[in-house]
Design a protein around this ligand. Structure first.
Ligand SMILES: [Zn+2]
Length: 440
């Protein structure tokens, strides 16, 4: 059952779009009738003024262009939030049922799983830990039995992981989460690069809609600033000439100030987050966050991980695909790892480092707004960071990851040296003990 605050959020989210529509209609009325027609173009007798048709038409044209831009960006935002919200599918029922069945066979684990599920739904520090990977088991660490969907991770070169090297896990959706995905309790789904649940647009702002959200609040700011200037200017003029104010223009000053301040704050904070390449959720503990990353060990270095090698790696490793679990001692002895293996080093950033920061605010902005200046202002193209066609990592990675690789000695392969998988198989049993998730 939905919790009260979640129901309130959803109810507010449904009520606000119609409310905003009413505000827009009223703003159009204020500027068109009391200001432009009754005061500037055909002044009412009480104003005792001559007609100013040019000023009236110019104000109307600018006003309607600005409000049209606001409405277009709002509709674009709404379209993405409703049609392409970046939700991740839940685990298929068969997987979930299998896990529940296996859990119920083992009473102590079942008890722990229930505790984890509740924890994952709390909107508190636990959510941050899930997102950050600062605590590998903050989200319950995932079911130790679940190895489904891992191929989406170990076929990449880098992904965010728990301390044991497996990707972060959502115990509510029963699936591994791509980097930067977060479970949104309002919609009860994991969302790709979730930013926040926004009642003003009635849904979740995520990687597919953050760009249009920035454009929407920016154009709203311009619109409110223009409305405030014209309402305030002509209200002062009317007071000076007649001694009284027009009530509609006074309300216009109030509304444009209120929405202007709000959109100013949202524009500044959203642009700042985009320049840091952080989401609102990631920003909550950005100064202390530690990211745990699984970074592929280049094939030419695999032989160095041999116990007889003189090279002593400073990191733990994990080898994919993981063996199916649970395994009996007999099955473990007979287990034949697949030929193609993927070895990853488990490395951690320093507190406050952001692996997705590309090293320059401009490059970070480009990931959200686009590569051309036209894309920055026209609400048409999707953000480059939502492009899934490049496969090395879920999102482009910055200097922090390069430094981690260098410090760990994970050098790229020399051009001349052929890559090889040899030696991987015989080392598997040695590493397998560290690969298996803790059962404790
Ligand atoms: Zn989830």
């Amino acid at each position: 059952m939905a919790r009260p605050d979640r129901r309130v959020n959803l109810a507010v989210a449904r009520a606000i779009p119609p409310f905003l529509l009413c505000v827009c209609v009223y703003a159009c009325y204020i500027v068109t009738k009391p200001l432009c027609i009754d005061y500037l173009i055909r002044p009412l007798p009480k104003y005792s003024r001559s007609s100013r048709v040019g000023a009236g038409i110019a104000i109307l044209v600018i006003f309607y262009i600005l409000i049209a831009v606001v409405i277009i960006t709002y509709l674009r935002l709404l379209y993405n939030i409703t049609r392409n919200p970046g939700f991740l599918p839940r685990s298929p029922p068969s997987t979930k049922e299998q896990q529940e069945t296996e859990s119920s066979d083992r009473p102590p684990r079942r008890k722990r799983k229930h505790r984890r599920t509740r924890t994952a739904e709390k909107p508190d520090k636990t959510d941050l830990d899930i997102e950050r990977g600062t605590d590998g088991n903050a989200d319950g660490g995932g079911s130790p039995l679940d190895i489904t969907g891992l191929e989406n991770f170990y076929t990449k070169d880098v992904f965010v992981c728990q301390e044991d090297g497996r990707p972060l896990y959502c115990s509510t959706c029963c699936r591994y989460k791509p980097d930067r995905a977060h479970h949104c309790r309002e919609v009860d789904r994991c969302v790709l690069k979730m930013d926040h649940f926004c009642p003003w647009v009635g849904g979740v702002v995520s990687e597919t809609s953050f760009k249009f959200f920035i454009q929407f609040v920016f154009y709203t700011l311009l619109f409110c600033a223009f409305s405030l200037i014209i309402c305030a200017t002509f209200t002062a003029e009317i007071i000076q000439n007649t001694g009284g104010a027009n009530v509609h223009l006074a309300i216009g000053i109030g509304l444009s100030s209120l929405f202007g301040l709000f959109s100013f704050g949202m524009t500044i904070s959203s642009l700042q987050l985009a320049m840091w390449n952080l989401s609102t959720i990631e920003n909550l503990n950005r100064r202390s966050a530690v990211w745990t990353l699984a970074i592929r060990v280049p094939n030419h270095m695999l032989a160095r991980l041999n116990p007889e090698s003189r090279w002593a790696p400073t990191f733990r490793t994990i080898t994919y695909p993981l063996p199916p679990m649970p395994v009996s001692p007999e099955a473990e002895r007979d287990y034949q790892p697949p030929e193609k293996q993927h070895v990853f080093a488990i490395l951690q950033t320093l507190p406050g480092e952001n692996p997705f920061d590309l090293g320059s605010p401009f490059k970070n902005l480009q990931q959200v707004l686009g590569y051309s200046i036209i894309d920055w202002f026209i609400p048409f193209k999707q953000s480059p960071c939502a492009d899934r066609t490049t496969g090395d990592s879920f999102y482009e990675l910055g200097p922090v990851v390069s430094r981690l690789k260098k410090e760990a000695g994970l050098d790229p392969p020399p051009e001349s040296q052929p890559t090889t998988q040899s030696g991987t198989k015989r080392k598997h049993k040695r590493r397998r003990s560290t690969h298996r998730p803790s059962q404790g």
